[in-house]
Ligand binder design. Structure first.
Ligand code: PMP
Ligand code: GLU
Length: 389
């Protein structure tokens, strides 16, 4: 069968593919430990589940407005005000099927052939693929672990051309856990002043941050940044709601939101009505206590995982400020992260994601969104694997 040409340039999601492979091997009875998925092992907080049950019981099971029900959008507005003192109105918000869908909507309605989107590497696997699928050109800025995997104002200046349409910033970052400070974001904002460049701020891991560090939203930096920032967020990670599919996008540009509603209205319509009702208590802060318990547990796991990896001769990792991944440097033992991960899975039954999938060779991504016992056993196997190389 002839498949459309546009599919030829689209690579499958490596994170999804490895997670599926690990699941399949497990189902075959193999002893597999998977650290591949960016998915919390915790259950969705009870208050959220109860809101979903109530929505079903009360019959909120019909189509809703494409962009989301008013109460849910209002809860998003309240959240952005409460957390970042940002003001949005109902026509500044669209609810989509996960943040992945929000990103897709944005690129589809904004990008014309040849438009450039600046993406710092290491990047989450999906960004460049969606940009390419929208006929855009991903422009990658390589970051260094010596700068905690963050771009500098100078690098940004050098990457901007007259074709630059969007700068993508993901803080805390998947896969490195890097969190930009307010001062670093101010330096970025300074470079953008006077340009037409939009900023896509993916704040998915905003609530998963460690050592008392502070999260700064890009739209908070200045009025200029507020106007040019499109904020994307969701509940998959912080509220352990990966399967519910809830993401949202906020921008003061109503024409942008309108275009996305038009697109979404022809593609998926509204997000599952029950999910939209379930999201309200999460956005209103009613699950904050449970989310804080999860965050603390992630912090504990991070501390143990960082220490254990750094005790393996030949491997080293930074101590990430947020998210639930370690981006581990394997350069002293391998310059081929795909082979490293394939051999590790075959020989030790440990599933990780190769750095190359995130645009950076010489690293592997280890997700610590799983229980401590599994983490300890996994790192023990990785140690044996590396020592036998
Ligand atoms: N952004 C980042 C940085 C992510 O890691 C993910 C992972 N799922 C997403 C967005 C998308 O999340 P979801 O579609 O589940 O809302
Ligand atoms: N974002 C998560 C990850 O990086 C989930 C999988 C995906 O959507 O790519 O593992």
């Amino acid at each position: 069968m002839k498949i459309a040409n546009r599919m030829e340039n689209l690579s499958p999601s490596v994170t999804m593919a490895i997670t599926a492979l690990a699941r399949e091997l497990k189902a075959q009875g193999k002893d597999i430990l998977s650290f591949s998925a960016g998915e919390p092992d915790f259950d969705t907080p009870e208050v959220i589940k109860q809101a979903a049950i109530k929505a079903i019981t009360e019959g909120y099971t019909k189509y809703t407005a494409v962009e989301g029900i008013t109460q849910t959008k209002q809860a998003i507005i309240n959240k952005l005000k409460r957390d970042h003192n940002l003001d949005y109105s109902l026509d500044n918000i669209i609810v989509s099927n996960g943040a992945k869908h929000s990103l897709f909507n944005l690129f589809q309605v904004l990008i014309e052939k040849g438009d450039e989107v600046i993406i710092p590497a290491p990047y989450w696997v999906t960004y460049p693929e969606q940009v390419k699928y929208s006929d855009g050109v991903p422009v990658i800025i390589e970051t260094e672990d010596t700068n905690n995997f963050k771009i500098t104002a100078e690098q940004l200046k050098n990457a901007i051309t007259e074709k630059t349409r969007i700068l993508l910033i993901n803080t805390p970052s998947n896969p490195t856990g890097a969190v930009y400070t307010k001062e670093e974001l101010e330096a970025i904002a300074e470079v953008l002043k006077g340009t037409d460049i939009l900023v896509l701020s993916d704040e998915m891991y905003e609530k998963i941050i460690y050592d008392g560090k502070k999260f700064t939203a890009l739209a908070q930096i200045s009025e200029d940044m507020y106007q040019r920032t499109v904020t994307i967020n969701g509940l998959s990670k912080a509220a352990a709601m990966t399967g519910w599919r809830f993401g949202y996008l906020a921008s003061p540009k109503t024409e942008l939101i309108k275009a996305m509603i038009k697109l979404q209205g022809q593609v998926t319509s509204n997000v599952n009505s029950i999910t939209q009702y379930a999201a309200i208590p999460a956005l209103e802060g009613e699950a904050d206590d449970t989310m804080e318990i999860m965050r603390k547990e992630f912090e504990k796991r991070r501390n143990i995982a960082v220490k254990s990896f750094n005790e393996i001769k030949g491997l080293r990792t930074l101590n990430p400020d947020g998210a639930f991944y370690l981006f581990v440097n394997i350069k002293d033992v391998s310059n081929d992260s795909i082979k490293f991960c394939a051999d590790l899975l075959e020989q030790k039954g440990v599933a990780l994601v190769p750095g190359l999938a995130f645009g950076t060779e010489g690293y592997i991504r280890f997700s610590f969104a799983t229980d401590l016992k599994t983490i300890e056993e996994g790192i023990k196997r990785i140690k044996e694997f590396v020592e036998n190389k």
